[in-house]
Ligand binder design. Structure first.
Ligand code: FES
Ligand SMILES: [Fe+2]
Length: 372
């Protein structure tokens, strides 16, 4: 008997567990991840996305609420995204089973007769909590085969510091495992080599730096400091406001780098998330908001795109090398943030396994030194 047939038979007798094989691709489940931009789901259009190797179908109800379902009909597995959405229920393209979009509960099986005893309302398609923030549709990815917790934490939102501000979004795909994407994101030593630009810095401006880091829940913070003196934009900001500039950079599990820059009443806030799509593909979603009057959105996007492209080109080259499974190393102090990331991740998984409180890999504030 084939595996698929056995699964169906078990499902009929009511004993089947989730038929999805749980493979360990090094993903962190039970967190929010940005799936698509809010603007991608309009009208009755269905869009597909993949998060942590889970295919999703997303849409928006007639009332404007975003929803996310597993893109697979629980009957025979055809992607639900081929079906028809009427603003409330999604109808599968194969046998017409209909599912409520917000709860994923089955509301109709057209082939049933009045004699049939099947309880339609007990059938569910896969369903994930969904919230919109900062122009993204966030999806809470609970681990396969687990139930959602009674209360799901709030989805992340970008800190902003005035009523009026500009905001913009950029994204780029990296052909790498999420771990490589993340350690690339917080790597302080690649700047002078990868991001050499007339407007940013050159290899010649490399100098010794010393930064203080402190533990924060699920992550670490580069304590508030005056930004690097070899970065032109910071120098410009200082000259315009006539006040000191401070920047704070946080990394928070599962995948988030937050940066805040303040100078007098001027502020800039950004967030980069690295989201696992598949084990060999991740995506950086970058959102930035600011009230700096001299920084138009188009100009920022121009710089931002250059930056992301430089990182992306590097990661494409790196992926070429990683195919051959080389031995890698992390050195002190420049790679210490990467070491903290791996330790945070391991400790979180261990705490979830044992039910004990999560141990933080940092005992207290630490000063790191490197040249960049
Ligand atoms: S496969 Fe969806 S209704 Fe049959
Ligand atoms: Fe970079």
């Amino acid at each position: 008997m084939s595996e698929a047939v056995r699964t169906v038979l078990q499902a009929d007798s009511g004993t089947a567990k989730d038929a999805t094989p749980e493979t360990d691709a090094g993903f962190l489940w039970d967190f929010w991840y940005p799936a698509v931009r809010s603007s991608a789901i309009r009208g009755r259009r269905l869009v597909t996305a993949m998060l942590l190797e889970v295919p999703l179908v997303l849409g928006r109800t007639a009332e404007g609420r975003a929803f996310a379902m597993r893109d697979s009909c629980p009957h025979r597995g055809i992607p639900l995204s081929y079906g028809h959405f009427d603003g409330q229920t999604l109808e599968c393209s194969y046998h017409g089973w209909r599912f409520d979009a917000c709860t994923a509960r089955c509301v109709e099986i057209p082939s049933l007769t009045s004699q049939d005893k099947l309880k339609v309302e007990r059938i569910f398609a896969g369903h994930y909590p969904c919230e919109e923030r900062d122009g993204y549709v966030w999806v809470y990815m609970n681990a396969p085969g687990t139930r959602l917790p009674d209360t799901v934490p709030a989805a992340p939102s970008l800190p902003v510091f005035s009523v009026k501000y500009k905001i913009t979004h950029l994204d780029c795909e990296l052909p790498s495992h999420v771990d490589q994407g993340i350690i690339g994101l917080m790597d302080p030593a690649h700047g002078p080599f990868v991001h050499q630009s007339w407007f940013w810095r050159s290899k010649r401006s490399i100098h010794e730096k010393q930064k203080q880091f402190e533990p924060i829940p699920y992550g670490f913070r580069m304590s508030p400091h005056s930004p690097s003196s070899n970065s032109a934009p910071y120098q410009l900001l200082k000259r315009i406001t006539g006040e000191g500039v401070t920047t704070t950079i946080d990394f928070v599990l599962p995948n988030m780098r937050l940066e805040e820059i303040h100078s007098g009443k001027m502020w800039f806030s950004s967030r980069a998330t690295v989201t696992p799509v598949r084990r060999d593909l991740c995506r950086i979603d970058f959102v930035a908001a600011w009230n700096l009057p001299f920084l138009p959105v188009f100009l920022f996007r121009m710089f931002g795109k250059t930056f992301l492209r430089q990182d992306q080109e590097t990661m494409i080259k790196q992926a070429e090398g990683l195919k051959h499974d080389p031995k890698l190393m992390l050195i002190d102090d420049a790679d210490r943030p990467a070491k903290w990331y791996f330790a945070l991740k391991a400790n979180l998984l261990e705490a979830r396994r044992t039910g004990a409180a999560m141990e933080h890999p940092m005992a207290g504030p630490v000063t790191l030194r490197w040249r960049s």
